[in-house]
Design a protein around this ligand. Sequence first.
Ligand code: GRF
Length: 217
Amino acid sequence: MAKLKVAVLISGRGSNLQVLIAACAAPAFPAEIKLVIASRADAAGLAYAAEAGIATAIIPHRDYRSREAFDAALTAALERASIDLVCLAGFMRLLTPAFVARWRDRLVNIHPSLLPAFPGLDTHARALAAGVRFTGCTVHFVRAEMDSGPIIVQAAVPVLPGDDAEQLAARVLAAEHQAYPLALRLIGEGRVRVAGERVEIIGADRAAFPSLLNPSG
Ligand code: GRF
């Protein structure tokens, strides 16, 4: 079967891009990254794309007089590369409703919380302030409202005594690095279906999970 043609959009560090590149390097992986787009020329993650020989485009939002013009430039670059799926990975721009509609169910994002808890910024500090015992990350299809849309994969991590936001962020980031490649594989395998704004995973493991307790005793 033809591999899914993927673009990854970044603004910074690019550690999720790095793990997606590594996953796609496996011959049997059902997706390939055809294009990396950065909204800033100094996005560190661009180096991972260059190392892997992936085409890159820098589309600085400051070059465009409106969000609509910027998003139209994004769509033009994505269409030129015949992209099937767009993965946002630390892309720090709000996308217009028109862009989100154009790529409906073909645009995914990773967010560092268990949505719908803690949309927006500073998720780890907010999780600590709320006193939740678990947090994690969510890979979801993008809808017009920020950090919303049908959930594909979530990974949960415990909040531990004495955690600060940085320690929690590192634990969640490790979970992100498992969740995003899994979501991409499921989509590439054609096993992800959106029905009534919820995601159905075809052939998902129905084995019972034990409860995770925190504290554990
Ligand atoms: C991640 O925490 C992701 O969940 C959020 O932005 C961060 C990007 O990190 N959307 P990186 O650039 O992939 O290292």
